[in-house]
Every structure is written in C-alpha cells, then in structure tokens.
Design a protein around this ligand. Structure first.
Ligand code: AMP
Ligand code: MG
Length: 342
C-alpha cells in the first residue's frame, strides 16, 4: 500500500473512531462491524443487521469490482477496453453505470468524462508507474477521449478509435447505492458504509441520533482532524480531493483528477469538493466533476441544477457550502466559511 494510502487508512480509522465515540455506548440494536480492502480502498461497514447482511455487502462490492476494475484482466471493463471489435454487449450493471456517468458528463459539459482512461494511464495513476507524460503524448491521446462518441444503446456499446473507459470517478458511489438498496430491502434501519471517503448512511446511529461525518482537513497529513462535521441520514457524502492520489516531481504535485480539455491534473483552485445527495453515484460523479469545474462554475452548476448540497474547500483554506447545509454542517476551520445561496 502506498504512502498516501497508509495515511488514508489512518484517516479512515480516525473517522470510524470519531463516529463510534460520537455514537456512545448505549447500544440499542445488534451491530455488525467489518473492515476490508476492496475497490482500491479500505471499506468500513457498520450496520444493525446480521452477519449475513455484512457478507452480502462484501459480495455486492466484490461482484461490482469484478465488473469495473480497469486492471484486473478478468474484469468485464478490462475485456471492453481490450475488445477486438468496436461493438460489444455489456452487462446491465456496466450499462447502467455508464448511462449514469454519461448523464453527468452531459450536464457538466464533460468535466466528468468516463473516456479519460488513456490519459490516466499515461500518468500511471492506475498502474502505479507514475510519470509526467510529454505534451506531444497528451496531444496524441486527447482525441481518444471524446465521450460524446460513446454509443450506448441498451446493452450494446460501441467505442470507436481505441477509446477506453474508466469508472474510477463513480464506481464507489454506485456501489454504495447497490449496498443501500440491499440493506433497505432487508429492513436494516441503521447503517454506515464508508468506501474510503465515499460515505452512505441509513437511518440514525446507535444512539438514535443523526450520523456525524467528519469532512477531511486536506492539509492534515495525519488525517485525524476535520475541516468540519456534517450531520447525515439516508444520504451519500462523497469527497473528491487532490490529496487522495498524487505524486511529486521537481517540486510539483500532480494529482489524479484530470481536466479532459488539457489532459493535465485539474488546476481549479480547489483542494476538495464534498457532495451530499440521496444518490451515491450522483454524489461521486459530481464531486469529481465540480472539482474539475472549480468554485465559480461549480456554484453556477448547483444554482442551475440543485438537488444536492456541496462543500468546496479552496487552495487558500476557505470553505463555501450551500445553504441547505445550514444547521447540519459545522466548519471547524479558523478561515473563512461562507454560505452559498440560490
Ligand atoms: P474521484 O476520486 O471520485 O474524484 O475519482 C477520481 C478517479 O476518476 C481517478 O482516479 C480516475 O480513475 C478517474 N478520473 C479522473 N479524472 C476524471 C474525470 N475528469 N472524469 C471522470 N473520471 C475521472
Ligand atoms: Mg467521484
């Protein structure tokens, strides 16, 4: 596990610790808790249910990962990216995830782009051979990333000109939706699913109070301190940050969220974006897209589309959060924290 993953693990354990301290010791329901590694991150599950429910959550996640991993040679996505014909038939799961991602690509004008995989690959973010590609290399790859050329009709997918897909920006959120749907079917009344910064809550915590989610302080390398705390129930809380995956070369930090217009890591003046929505896949996709778009365009997008809440943290430590979070989000920073109104 690489260094920043270790810090991340520390952060996750930190979050769990806080959540459980906050939850107190008055356990009124039988609680199952489990942590495991999947989807390139540490997954923490806490729920009022049976061991079988936890097992089923793990199965749902593993099955999804086996479909959408870009690196596992037996995954469906690997087969799609290494297809021998332009048109292939895909599973319902891949069709649905791609459809959801493309809808966000459309409304964000391509800030979220599932076809950026050749660029991420060139930067080595999936293979761990991280490097800075030359301008010429990026210029040659960019024409392969035109998401508008993706043709999806039912389960039939056509990708021309060697295009390759990646669901890194949405898969965890999508997984949280699948897990939440399963738990609701099982009448599980209380759950916290944490997919390494992608959180989904069901009902209230052990004490019958709203879950309290720590929003990571992007500058705290120990990942023990929070930029703020958010009360949450029955919603996804997803953060995209430039500290999650990066490398440094010649004193410059290169991170994993790409601007599809340049093929370079997005330089939007933000360090993190947290989106809160009933839909995990939407929260995940939008947190990535709004990161690329930056504060001004991000606020404009929220004003036009709504249906979610958002917390932006800028490079100079200022926070901007939407008015629907008043009373449920407490920013802890000494710096400016401003409310975004309609
Ligand atoms: P997230 O951590 O949810 O913000 O997603 C970042 C991951 O999504 C990266 O590791 C890439 O796999 C992929 N990715 C990077 N930039 C983009 C983008 N602009 N649109 C869609 N996927 C992206
Ligand atoms: Mg995302």
């Amino acid at each position: 596990m690489e260094k920043n993953h270790m810090r991340y693990l520390g952060f996750l354990l930190g979050i769990s610790a806080v959540l459980f301290v906050m939850a107190g010791c008055g356990i009124s329901r039988e609680y199952q808790e489990k942590q495991f590694l999947a989807m390139d991150t540490l997954i923490s599950v806490a729920l009022s249910g049976t061991e079988e429910d936890v097992q089923q959550i793990q199965t749902i996640i593993n099955e999804l990962e086996n479909k959408v991993s870009t690196t596992n040679q037996s995954s469906e996505l690997y087969q799609i990216n290494h297809r021998t014909t332009d048109t292939v038939m895909v599973s319902d799961t891949v069709a649905q995830l791609l459809q959801e991602e493309l809808e966000i690509s459309e409304t964000t004008n391509g800030a979220l782009n599932p076809a950026l995989y050749p660029i991420s690959l060139a930067w080595g973010f999936t293979t761990e051979n991280k490097r800075v590609p030359s301008e010429q290399e990026l210029a040659e790859l960019l024409p392969k990333t035109d998401w508008r050329q993706i043709q999806l009709s039912g389960n039939q997918l056509t990708l021309m000109n060697g295009m390759e897909l990646d669901f890194g920006a949405t898969a965890k959120g999508f997984a949280s939706d699948l897990c939440a749907a399963y738990l609701k079917e099982q009448d599980v009344e209380s759950a916290l699913l944490d997919f390494g910064g992608n959180v989904y809550t069901i009902g209230d915590n052990k004490e019958g109070k709203k879950w309290r989610i720590g929003i990571r302080d992007p500058w705290d390398e120990t990942a023990q301190n929070f930029a703020g705390v958010l009360e949450d129930t029955n919603e996804a809380v997803v953060t995209s940050g430039n500290y999650e995956r990066y490398f440094e070369q010649d004193g410059i930090r290169y991170h994993h969220i790409m601007d599809g217009t340049t093929g370079m890591p997005a330089q939007s003046g933000l360090v993190s974006v947290t989106v809160i929505s009933e839909s995990g896949v939407k929260a995940d996709g939008l947190s990535t897209a709004l990161f690329v778009m930056g504060l001004e365009q991000g606020i404009e997008y929220w004003r036009q589309h709504g249906g979610f809440e958002v917390i932006f943290i800028t490079e100079n430590g200022e926070q901007y959060y939407t008015e629907g979070l008043i009373g449920r989000y407490e920013p802890s920073s000494e710096k400016k924290a401003e409310v975004i109104d309609r």
